[in-house]
Design a protein around this ligand. Structure first.
Ligand SMILES: C[S@@+](CC[C@H](N)C(=O)[O-])C[C@H]1O[C@@H](n2cnc3c(N)ncnc32)[C@H](O)[C@@H]1O
Length: 276
């Protein structure tokens, strides 16, 4: 397996996505408080939900590879797939600083999620991750199909989506009442990196996943208390206590219901069929 992400891809620069216009802003905010909370919650929740390593997993829309790297350090064999040459290059730089055994557990490919499995000729994985991608897709159908196609019988899929049931929370907490009023009646929102994006309602997503043979077995809220923090807010000195409170709220009703993001865990039963 290649030890470093490969920036070349079959589509070259034609691999731009709806996310591409916000990529620089995204990169500028990596390591800031809102990103730290998001990544740390996902890491903790995955530790509860994934089978213990060694296990092969695929991270669809891996971006800069935050979770992929952490999982590889924990002993997982990780394939990352992303359309962005810049983010894969950043992933490659971070990976290069890791010990050889970690590097050897990672490969990354520049590709579109939607047709990656067919192009690469890969089959199933016991764990499939797709975090922070669905909100950029007007029609999430093809990516949900790709996630389902890649999840093996007995396998688990992990999705991180914008919480479409609580889109009024962010503008309300920021005191933007015009946007807040509109948010009650739409699944669209303008996100913090300047893109028009889409929320998913938990009930709708559960139904869509069920149609692909994936049963939602757990869900968490991500960023309950810190979603309205400034874009450039740095992690505070009491970060550990903050993260513990976020984690507790993320698995506790009613707090998790109004989180900015939903971390949804779905499983294909043993012997469950995979649609072609
Ligand atoms: C918000 S970033 C999330 C990155 C990472 N998963 C995380 O949670 O930190 C979204 C990523 O999805 C990628 N992406 C969006 N649509 C894609 C598609 N159709 N095929 C491949 N990658 C896509 C973008 O290039 C970007 O790296």
């Amino acid at each position: 397996m290649p030890a470093r992400p490969q920036a070349e891809g079959p589509g070259g620069d034609r691999l731009s996505t709806a996310f591409t216009a916000g990529e620089q802003q995204w990169q500028a905010r990596l390591g800031k408080l809102r990103d730290v909370v998001r990544q740390e919650m996902v890491t903790r929740q995955l530790a509860r939900e994934l089978p213990a390593p060694p296990v092969r997993l695929i991270d669809l829309g891996c971006g800069q590879g935050t979770q992929a790297l952490r999982l590889a350090r924990s002993g997982y064999d990780v394939t990352g797939v992303d359309a962005s040459a810049d983010l894969l290059a950043r992933f490659g730089r971070d990976l290069a600083a890791e010990p050889a055994e970690v590097r050897g557990r990672v490969r990354a490919e520049r590709a579109r999620i939607e047709d990656y499995a067919e192009r690469a000729g890969v089959s199933h994985f016991p764990a499939v991750l797709c975090h922070g991608v669905l909100m950029y897709l007007d029609d999430p159908g093809p990516v949900l199909r790709a996630i389902a196609r890649l999840t093996s019988p007995g396998g688990v899929a992990s999705l991180l989506v914008r919480n479409g049931d609580a889109l009024a929370m962010r503008p309300g907490l920021l005191g933007d009442w015009a946007t807040c009023a509109e948010a009650f009646g739409t699944d669209r929102y303008a996100n913090r990196i300047g893109l028009s994006a889409r929320g998913d309602r938990l009930g709708d997503l559960t139904g869509r996943l069920a149609a692909h043979g994936l049963e939602v077995t757990a869900w968490y809220g991500v960023r309950v208390f810190t979603d309205a923090a400034a874009d450039d807010a740095a992690p505070p000195p009491d970060l550990a206590a903050l993260l513990d409170c976020e984690e507790r709220a993320g698995r506790t009703d009613p707090y998790r219901q109004v989180a900015a993001l939903l971390h949804v865990i779905a499983r294909r039963p043993d012997g469950g069929k995979i649609a072609p």
